[in-house]
Design a protein around this ligand. Structure first.
Ligand SMILES: *[C@@H]1O[C@H](CO)[C@@H](O)[C@H](O)[C@H]1NC(C)=O
Ligand SMILES: *[C@@H]1O[C@H](CO)[C@@H](O)[C@H](O)[C@H]1NC(C)=O
Ligand SMILES: *[C@@H]1O[C@H](CO)[C@@H](O)[C@H](O)[C@H]1NC(C)=O
Ligand SMILES: *[C@@H]1O[C@H](CO)[C@@H](O)[C@H](O)[C@H]1NC(C)=O
Ligand SMILES: *[C@@H]1O[C@H](CO)[C@@H](O)[C@H](O)[C@H]1NC(C)=O
Ligand SMILES: *[C@@H]1O[C@H](CO)[C@@H](O)[C@H](O)[C@H]1NC(C)=O
Length: 571
């Protein structure tokens, strides 16, 4: 950070003391499940992560829309790391304003991201309370092993308004939960042979072979060595080599069972091996990508987050800032995590979403599971069945990610009841989606009791099978389900299409959505049946119904590999 001259320091001290405070983010209460454990000790140390406003997010957005919209002159001419940095880095005025504030208050900021948009400062709770008109408290949650330090309100001194974008930890409340829901755990399927999608088979269990049949996914190995598919891993979910080898032996006997994935780490992440270390989400995501994207190099990014006040929001930030510093990034990234949008807070959700915008501009297809709680959130919760106010899921509803819902059955495929979808309360509907949303809203009956934001970004964008997937977890073959299975399936298909595009001397798909809602829509089977009331809520609970065209359960539908490839090649 820049050093400030002493006279500036003195003038700022006076200003801080006299200056007005502007409320930056606040909430009336912590979300259900969090319990107050008293005020945070005044002298305990807090590590604040601070996002400084990027200098030209709207310019980056315009550029990304041009790069990703079929027919534009710079279609798929993805930007370099340095080109993206020129939009994302804070302006010199913003850096100077924060440095002046920091030095006036004896703080020593460290830049923690390659684009300079995130800094970290460590200070006592008492000072944080004073500087940001906060009231830090300790909160517990039954699903958290540690307590967390949060405040229900955070303000900025006037001279930081327009310069400081996000402060963490402040009003973010994210309970930890991973996604893959075992449907029938513990069944011994060791004797099974790979099945194909056949509605006459009583179990209807999904394997890579089944998905290859259903969507026409090729088994011929990819040839492009730089076309990497990245799987993100959070919340100490570790991917197991032994489980992958067993999965391949059982379900892809046609490829070497030694086929594996590379491990990357950030924020002190690790990937220990052994049955006790197995993570059901990490295992499932790695098995599906390696098992479906035949021959595509798969990387597993294990994000640590040693700081006790970290949470999913900072893990998502750690992922984008890690990739901001990778010169040759993956071409596809799949993530099976998220939570209801409101738990992130507005500034954090927008900042994370802008991080995906930047990755999209570099040619990375950012793919997310849409969530497993139907219209009422990321996870299933019986107590919410009668709630008519729908709860959108983030990052699935960020307009710069491709979010993937779930289907099940083969004749025809129907949208799963747990497939999350709806409309954001933070992000307006992007232009690429406005016609699709308008057509869907017309299908909703006049007496519809559900309440949702009619101006919001609709999600998911696409869907694939997501129920009754065979996986190997801690040495056991189990059956799992959820949009966590759909996201790696769709990401694998995109990675295989990129392989064929690169082999033909063409550019990779990058940010997908403007293509998916225009010429790419010919590569999908429309899903027209389904009601996403949730996994446990009765079908009578108010929810959306699948419809002809895009709908907020199944998106534009499920992929048809040959048609999607043809549309991708045609420019
Ligand atoms: C922001 O980016 C756009 C390109 O999309 C450019 O035209 C504009 O000049 C940039 N604005 C600033 C202030 O750098
Ligand atoms: C589907 O399964 C049934 C019962 O196992 C079998 O008779 C039928 O031939 C299978 N069909 C296909 C297309 O594999
Ligand atoms: C990683 O671990 C080191 C040593 O324990 C610690 O100093 C550092 O703060 C950690 N970094 C993160 C991002 O957690
Ligand atoms: C939802 O409403 C129905 C009908 O009013 C009622 O029978 C049911 O107990 C309610 N469920 C919950 C979880 O509150
Ligand atoms: C609805 O979404 C828009 C963004 O599209 C947002 O500005 C507005 O605040 C949202 N309304 C509610 C009630 O959340
Ligand atoms: C939701 O779908 C799953 C999978 O088909 C099914 O097992 C479950 O019974 C359904 N839930 C309800 C409430 O119908």
């Amino acid at each position: 950070m820049l050093l400030q001259k002493p006279f500036i320091v003195l003038s700022i001290v006076t200003w801080v003391a006299a200056g007005p405070m502007v409320v930056h983010e606040s909430r009336t209460a912590a979300p259900a499940g969090f319990v107050r454990r008293g005020v945070a000790p005044a002298n305990s140390m807090l590590t604040l992560r601070v996002a400084l406003f990027s200098n030209n997010v709207s310019g980056l957005e315009d550029k990304l829309m041009s790069l990703s919209t079929p027919g534009s002159s710079d279609f798929r001419q993805w930007l370099s790391m340095d080109e993206v940095k020129s939009f994302v880095q804070p302006s010199p005025e913003t850096v100077a304003a924060f440095d002046a504030f920091a030095s006036a208050n004896g703080l020593k900021p460290t830049v923690i991201s390659p684009n300079g948009d995130w800094v970290s400062v460590t200070l006592p709770v008492s000072q944080a309370n004073k500087l940001f008109a906060a009231q830090y408290e300790i909160f517990a949650h039954p699903a958290l092993t540690n307590t967390i330090t949060r405040t229900l309100s955070v303000s900025l001194p006037a001279e930081l308004v327009g310069h400081v974008d996000v402060l963490h930890p402040t009003t973010q409340f994210l309970p930890p939960r991973s996604r893959l829901v075992p449907t029938t755990p513990g069944i011994d399927l060791d004797e099974r042979t790979p099945s194909s999608c056949n509605s006459s088979e009583p179990t209807g269990v999904i394997t890579p072979n089944c998905l290859q049949d259903l969507y026409g996914i090729p088994t011929t190995p990819a040839t492009e060595k730089d076309n990497v598919l990245l799987v993100t891993g959070y919340e100490n979910q570790f991917a197991q080599n032994a489980d992958l080898a067993q999965f391949l032996k059982l379900f892809r006997p046609d490829i070497p069972s030694t086929t594996t994935f590379a491990v990357l780490t950030t924020d002190n992440g690790t990937n220990p091996q052994g049955p006790d270390e197995a993570g059901i989400e990490a295992d499932g995501d790695v098995e599906l990508t390696v098992g479906i994207a035949t021959g595509v190099p798969v990387q597993f990014l294990s994000v640590g987050g040693a700081v006790s006040d970290s949470d999913l929001s900072m893990s998502l930030v750690a992922t984008t800032t890690f990739l901001d510093g990778v010169r040759n990034p993956p071409s596809v990234m799949t993530t099976s995590y998220g939570d209801i949008e409101v738990n992130f807070g507005t500034s954090m959700a927008i900042k994370i979403c802008s991080g995906y915008m930047a990755l999209g501009a570099r040619g990375i297809s950012v793919v997310f599971a849409s969530g497993d709680g139907g219209v009422r959130g990321g996870h299933d919760d019986l107590s919410l069945c009668n709630v008519t106010d729908f709860r959108p899921v983030f990052p699935a509803d960020c307009p710069f990610v491709t979010s993937v819902g779930s289907t099940q059955g083969f004749g025809p495929e129907i949208a799963s009841n747990f497939s999350s979808g709806g409309f954001s309360n933070i992000f307006p509907a992007p232009r690429y989606q406005s016609a699709a949303i308008e057509a869907f809203v017309k299908t909703i009956p006049a007496n519809f009791e559900g309440s949702f934001n009619k101006t919001g970004r609709g999600y998911p964008d696409v869907s694939t099978q997501g129920w009754n997937f065979d996986t190997v977890f801690a040495g056991e073959t189990i059956v799992v389900g959820g949009t966590s299975a759909s996201s790696p399936t769709f990401a694998s298909i995109i990675a295989l299409i990129n392989d064929r595009l690169l082999a033909a001397g063409k550019s990779t798909l990058g940010f997908l959505n403007p293509f998916l809602y225009s010429s790419g829509s010919s590569g999908f089977t429309d899903i027209t049946i389904g009601h996403n009331a949730g996994f446990t809520c009765p079908a009578s609970s108010v929810a959306f119904d699948a419809a002809v065209g895009w709908d907020p359960l199944s998106g534009v539908g499920t992929p048809i590999f040959s048609k999607l490839l043809a549309a991708a090649m045609d420019y």
